[in-house]
Design a protein around this ligand. Structure first.
Ligand code: AHR
Length: 343
């Protein structure tokens, strides 16, 4: 009997060793397999996150600008945290603060106006998040942001003025009255486009800006302003002075004033009209002879923005200012060479 018990104990011990040994072997085998798999599957590269605050969708230009940024982000595998500020600076400030809380890799924003950004930029700097200023410039300490990407508003205004000087160069005696339709008050583009234009027309003392009005870059406002001027002055004049030239800071407002002209039977061909942006509808109007000059403002800054975002993320510094390439379309061009604008 005692021998039998000993035999069972011996068999149980052997079985226990076998089970433990097998379990150990399988565990090691699995661990080894996992380790090998980890070596074979490349680690998923971390996707960069860009917090982007856009000012709204006031114009076809702006819509194209937003699309360009989204398209380029997708092409570069960059994730966008997007906020549409609905034309309010306070919304932009909230959006930028939420990007900081989210700890995005880079922040980009289109500043609706020039001032009021210092505090939020300091907060981003303290959080170690670099900021790129897009499209419009700001009046703030440059050490608070990485760089600016967008248009040269002064150059655009100058181009508008140069076209005008050239257009009227042979009329030595005539006095010329300008109506200026400007965009969102206190935005850098409005300030610089106004300065650039004035810096050039100052060369001709016969040119006077008789009225300047804020049309907020909107088609509806362009029409509203022109409807009111035509009504109050019983025609295309202002305070008893004929309007010979219209300098409009964007195409949306220009198209709005053309709507008003059409409704009020005013022949646009009798007025020199200069616009900025170069969206397809205004290029069409140029070809039809309704406009005389359209200065391009390039909205397609998405690809360059992504290059800058990636450079910053790699710890490289970016240029303080990157201007977009822009051209000028005039009534003197060979229209057959024009490419579709795409917006
Ligand atoms: O900041 C660029 C300007 O803003 C464009 O000229 C205008 O169309 C837009 O709304």
């Amino acid at each position: 009997m005692e021998r039998k018990v000993k035999k069972y104990m011996f068999i149980s011990l052997v079985l226990a060793f076998l089970v433990i040994g097998f379990t150990l072997f399988m565990t090691l085998f699995k661990l080894n397999k996992v380790a090998k798999n980890q070596e074979q599957v490349p680690l998923k590269s971390e996707q960069l996150i860009l917090g982007f605050s856009q000012i709204g969708s006031e114009s076809a230009w702006r819509t194209r600008n937003t699309t360009s940024i989204f398209e380029a982000a997708a092409e570069n595998n960059i994730q966008i945290l997007f906020d549409d500020a609905q034309q309010k600076q306070e919304n932009q400030l909230k959006a930028i603060r939420s990007f900081i809380v989210y700890q995005v890799d880079v922040i980009a924003f289109v500043p609706i106006v020039e001032t009021g950004w210092d505090n939020v930029l300091q907060e981003a700097k303290d959080a170690g998040i670099p900021v790129i200023i897009v499209d419009r410039q700001i009046a703030a300490d440059p050490s608070l942001y990485a760089g600016f990407l967008g248009e040269d508003g002064f150059k655009e205004g100058k181009a508008a003025g140069e076209f005008l000087l050239n257009k009227i160069k042979n009329f030595h005696e005539k006095k010329w009255n300008v109506l200026e339709l400007s965009g969102t008050a206190n935005s850098s583009v409005v300030i610089s486009r106004a300065e650039g234009f004035r810096s050039v027309i100052a060369q001709n003392p016969n040119i006077s800006i008789i009225h300047s009005e804020d049309g907020d870059f909107l088609r509806s406002r362009g029409k509203e302003i022109m409807d009111r001027i035509l009504k109050e002055n019983k025609g295309l004049s202002y305070n008893n002075k004929p309007i010979d030239i219209i300098y409009s800071h964007n195409d949306s407002m220009t198209l709005g004033l053309l709507d008003s002209f059409a409704e009020n039977n005013i022949d646009s061909k009798k007025t020199i009209i200069i616009s900025i942006d170069a969206e397809q509808k205004s290029i069409d109007a140029l070809i039809e002879g309704k406009l005389n000059c359209v200065v391009e403002c390039n909205p397609n800054l998405g690809p360059t923005l992504m290059t800058l975002v990636k450079a910053i993320a790699e710890g490289k510094s970016i240029p303080r200012i990157t201007y977009m390439q822009e051209t000028v379309f005039t009534e003197n061009d060979d229209f057959s060479t024009y490419e579709p604008r795409g917006y």
